[in-house]
Design a protein around this ligand. Structure first.
Ligand SMILES: Cc1cc2nc3c(=O)[nH]c(=O)nc-3n(C[C@H](O)[C@H](O)[C@H](O)COP(=O)(O)O)c2cc1C
Length: 368
């Protein structure tokens, strides 16, 4: 049994999380699978590593997507790149997101990812959304929004690679509304990739030129969804369980991607599912919050991630707790797991001795 599995067995339930992980259906088309659970953990470079994905899944995410992985990087055999797609033994399944611009490299990458991951590979996603200049300059990421023909060829290439590996899992794409408001192209790209056999499309309701700022345009996403034959997952400004449900109830949409809304809140997925089914949502009190933080920090080490990633993670979990401001300074100076655990212990004591439970909310909001 892996160390991460043992840890989750011991600690998930006291942190309000589920173990074993609830598997997402592997059969049926994507729309049917999303009907079982429409809330997915979005790909986030530098964030959605093995520990993050396990927390999201234990928090109820239908499935989780890897950080974006370079198809060229896999071609050149960099083990550092391959490490991004390596699932932890505790992960029953994951989706892998590839980025690049050369259909041949996508075909090869799809085949090799399928060979390495085997039955753990749920689906393959193609990034057509990343706005980072060094990616876009090479014709990758959101640059593909200007080139529907290339987008079509990339999806078709991925399908060929998966077929060759004997693992024809669904191929999906993550797009934006366009590269800039002057060139809205989501409808054209969705059409092009549907013709190439894509199984679904996620749409981030911003343009590439917006980066991650400004409001995500739900109406524009829904308009593209209404004109597309593909199941559409919405992404953008999904910061609460209520918002997840609002989107999931839109008849045009088939699913929802949670990205920054999962910062310090792995329960967002199961809370959303409960709300969707008309059930009460539990309060995640201090014990659960600090329990989940400790679990996440321990998972970092056990899944081969650097413990310093814990600084950002911890700052999100402690928001709103009594003593959060002082603990943030200690968190940013923490170097070892023990340093982090000491801060957690102090916060546990502070919470236990807080005279007024209302104080827990007073120092800040839980939401982002
Ligand atoms: C730190 C960070 C990294 C991201 N990395 C990726 C990525 O690798 N691939 C991708 O398709 N989207 C990526 N995204 C975009 C998110 O998946 C999501 O579409 C976006 O954050 C909008 O959702 P939100 O406003 O609810 O956070 C990233 C976002 C953030 C904040």
């Amino acid at each position: 049994m892996s160390d991460a599995i043992r840890l989750l067995e011991e600690r998930a339930s006291s942190a309000g999380l589920s173990w074993p992980l609830r598997p997402w259906p592997r059969t049926g088309d994507v729309r049917e699978r999303l009907a079982a659970n429409p809330f997915l953990m979005a790909p986030m470079a530098g964030v959605s590593d093995r520990a993050w994905r396990l927390m999201a899944r234990a928090g109820g995410a239908a499935c989780a997507v890897s950080e974006m992985v370079s198809a060229a990087g896999l071609h050149y055999g960099s083990e550092k790149t391959w490490d991004l797609v390596r699932p932890d033994p505790a992960e029953d399944a994951l989706a892998v997101q590839l980025f690049g611009s050369d259909p041949h490299l996508f075909e090869e990458a799809a085949e090799r990812v399928a060979e390495r991951l085997g039955a753990k590979l749920l689906f393959l996603d193609v990034n057509m959304a990343c706005p980072v200049p060094k990616v876009v300059r090479k014709g990758e990421g959101v640059a593909l929004m200007d080139d529907p023909l290339r987008a079509h060829r990339i999806i078709a290439a991925c399908r060929r690679g998966l077929d060759r590996a004997g693992l024809p899992v669904p191929v999906t794409a993550k797009i934006r509304l366009g590269r800039s408001p002057y060139a809205p192209s989501a409808a054209d790209v969705a059409h092009a990739i549907a013709l190439a056999g894509a199984a679904a499309v996620s749409i981030h309701g911003r343009y590439g030129s917006q980066g991650y700022a400004g409001a995500s345009d739900d109406e524009a996403v829904r308009e593209v969804a209404r004109g597309s034959s593909l199941p559409v997952l919405a992404s953008g400004d999904v910061r609460s369980a209520e918002r997840c449900v609002e989107l999931a109830r839109c008849p045009d949409l088939a699913g929802v991607l949670v990205a920054r809304g999962s910062y310090g809140n792995p329960w967002i997925f199961s809370d959303a599912l409960r709300l969707l089914h008309g059930e009460r949502v539990p309060v995640h009190g201090v014990d659960e919050r600090l329990g989940a933080l400790e679990l996440h920090l321990r998972l970092l080490g056990l899944t081969g991630e650097h413990v310093l990633k814990g600084r950002q993670i911890a700052c999100h979990y402690v928001r709103g707790l009594p003593g959060a401001a002082a603990s943030r300074r200690r968190i940013m100076a923490a170097v070892t797991l023990d340093d982090f655990l000491e801060v957690i212990e102090t916060l546990r004591c502070r919470a236990a001795s807080a005279e007024d439970p209302g104080q827990i909310e007073a120092e800040g909001s839980w939401s982002l």
